[in-house]
Design a protein. Structure first.
Length: 317
């Protein structure tokens, strides 16, 4: 393996991307201090997810569920506000809520684009036929998917431009579908949170559901990308490697139940093992690749001969 000093300088990056990447600072201690609240929230989420095999009583199980949900929401709010500010994050929430609620409402009424389905009472309060938990889930999972998409393309600024205007929404939508591939058969066929009236080939879930998810995600992310392109200057964001790595680590935390289920469940093992395999080659893989992308960008900036390093004043560590 070549040392960092031996690696060739990559000249294909644009000057603006070099400028943004130059703000991805190294230094694990500095990153830990700056991002301590985010790290605590990730640790809480992971710890509660690892409790999944433990059989808890009704009140305890409910407390774990709400604490985990609040940790996930708090992570998204803090992480997102650090990058985009509260105003742009609120726009993302508004787009996500309105688009997801509208398409879900149309889907329940017409069967398009997901298929014929309806929600049971398990997800709690609702607006119309759509539980409030559904747009909320689109928001928190959607933010992680969006962030991973920007990491893959090296778009670490506050705006978006060029080919990334379409590529980030396309990638982020795929990452959203990966999550749904893992949980939909469990939540519908096993737990009964919603019912597919006509069944489906994937453990009772119709294939059209995943095209519907991609369409919904694409519409949400494309609208947000267009908003950023029009109204948000693409400024560089001074954040540590820890900050960017925590997003894929949190997304990986969403995968934990699907990785653990087949090892302690006693029924529906065909569904749980399918979910395990799909999760391994989708959610786990994309989380690892995203974290590796952060390290790779950080390593490039640490090369002594990299002109972007010299201009930004970042020193090799």
């Amino acid at each position: 393996m070549q040392s960092s000093a031996q690696r060739p300088v990559q000249t294909h990056r644009s000057g603006e991307m070099r400028k943004m990447l130059a703000h991805l600072k190294t230094g694990s201690l500095a990153g830990s201090r700056q991002n301590l609240p985010l790290m605590v929230l990730v640790a809480v989420y992971w710890a509660l997810a690892l409790l999944d095999p433990v059989e808890l009583s009704g009140d305890a199980a409910e407390a774990v569920y709400y604490t985990q949900s609040l940790a996930w929401l708090a992570f998204v709010l803090i992480h997102g506000s650090k990058r985009y500010g509260w105003d742009n994050l609120f726009i993302f929430f508004g787009i996500t809520f309105l688009v997801s609620w509208s398409i879900e409402s149309v889907g329940i009424a017409t069967g398009s684009p997901f298929g014929n389905y309806y929600y049971t009472d398990l997800l709690g309060a609702r607006i119309g036929a759509v539980p409030l938990a559904v747009p909320a889930a689109y928001f928190v999972a959607g933010y992680l998917a969006w962030t991973l998409g920007t990491i893959f393309l090296g778009e670490l600024g506050t705006g978006i431009e060029g080919k990334s205007l379409c590529l980030v929404p396309a990638i982020a939508s795929l990452i959203m579908v990966m999550w749904d591939l893992c949980f939909d058969p469990i939540k519908s066929t096993i737990e009964g949170a919603w019912v597919w009236e006509d069944g489906g080939v994937y453990h009772g879930v119709p294939i059209t559901n995943y095209f519907g998810w991609y369409l919904t995600g694409m519409l949400i992310f494309q609208l947000f990308a267009l908003y950023l392109h029009r109204f948000s200057a693409n400024r560089s964001v001074t954040r540590t490697r820890t900050y960017w790595t925590l997003a894929p680590v949190m997304y990986l935390g969403l995968a934990l139940p699907y990785l653990l289920n087949p090892f302690y469940q006693t029924q529906h093992l065909d569904i749980y093992w399918s979910s395990f395999l799909v999760c391994t080659f989708t959610m786990v893989l994309v989380s690892v690749l995203s974290a590796v992308s952060v390290r790779r960008m950080d390593a490039e900036l640490s090369w002594p001969n990299n002109p972007s390093v010299r201009r930004s004043g970042i020193r090799s560590r």
